[in-house]
Design a protein. Structure first.
Length: 287
């Protein structure tokens, strides 16, 4: 089993080299207004394959492997959220004619905010999911502990990977489903077993260093923020703050979903809300 469900046969894979010396793997599927999906920490473009399947009939869905994950090659770390934002802006210029809707989950949600703040002319609408304007409280302590563990050279045993990380990703009712748990157990074991700890450290540190609370107050981009009621990593209150700070911000909370329910658990429920939000955008179809 692959770590993420695979893309459909009509998905196209491209390569983009930016002026910052980053060579990114980019995946494109569908026709219509451009929607860029930014992966979360430790994830690749493939994390959005199920959303591509559900949205590419009406939208041109685009995603890419970010620095520190997948096939993308980048200058050595440290990386900042500003670096990730420039990568996204370069991708929008190369594949979307300089303007697109931008959405991302977790780290991708922070990159969505960073891109909208630094390059508002390139972001028609920002849809960050499972996000925060600043990471604090339990989430900060947990992420710092994960970083420090790796810096000390400690590796979790393979048998502990899925039971450890799944509880941060899915709600209890989802994990009680034997079929879903079997899929998650296999995919999460492979995902975290094969990760370079240095890449995880640098991605997660960039998240902890990010604070856009003041910058959001003057960002002109429309923000439609999605939170999940059972999200342990980024509780709904953290997501709501992003919508409250943005001048044109609205918050959508999805009941019964966890931080990564977008993959395998409830991709349909997420796609429905994304369609409702994207319906606000009117644009000529790209062919």
């Amino acid at each position: 089993m692959s770590v993420f469900p695979g893309f459909g046969p009509d998905a196209e894979t491209h390569e983009l080299t930016t002026g910052d010396g980053v060579t990114m793997r980019v995946v494109v599927q569908g026709h219509g207004p451009d929607v860029v999906f930014i992966p979360g920490g430790d994830a690749t473009a493939d994390a959005y394959s199920q959303q591509f399947d559900r949205l590419s009939d009406s939208y041109r869905c685009i995603s890419y492997d970010p620095r520190g994950a997948g096939a993308t090659v980048s200058p050595p770390p440290p990386w900042t959220m500003a670096d990730y934002g420039r990568d996204c802006a370069a991708m929008i210029d190369a594949f979307c004619g300089g303007s697109a809707v931008v959405s991302g989950l977790s780290l991708g949600g922070l990159v969505t905010q960073a891109t909208a703040i630094a390059f508002p002319e390139r972001v028609r609408m920002a849809i960050p999911m499972g996000t925060a304007a600043y990471i604090d409280g339990f989430t900060r302590d947990w992420m710092q502990a994960e970083i420090d563990l790796r810096r000390e050279g400690i590796a979790l045993p393979e048998y502990f990977l899925a039971p450890h990380y799944a509880v941060y990703a899915f709600p209890a009712k989802a994990l009680a489903d034997p079929t879903l748990w079997a899929q998650v157990k296999e995919s999460y074991t492979a995902r975290f077993r094969d990760r370079d700890p240095k890449d995880t450290i640098e991605q997660w540190q960039a998240c902890l260093d990010f604070d856009c609370r003041e910058a959001l107050k003057t960002c002109p981009v429309p923000f439609r923020v999605i939170g999940f009621s059972e999200d342990v990593q980024t509780p709904p209150a953290m997501c709501r703050q992003v919508a409250d700070l943005a001048p044109d911000g609205r918050f959508h909370e999805l009941a019964g979903l966890g931080h990564v329910s977008i993959v395998r658990h409830a991709p349909d429920a997420v796609a429905v809300v994304l369609r409702e939000i994207l319906a606000e955008i009117s644009a000529p179809t790209r062919v």
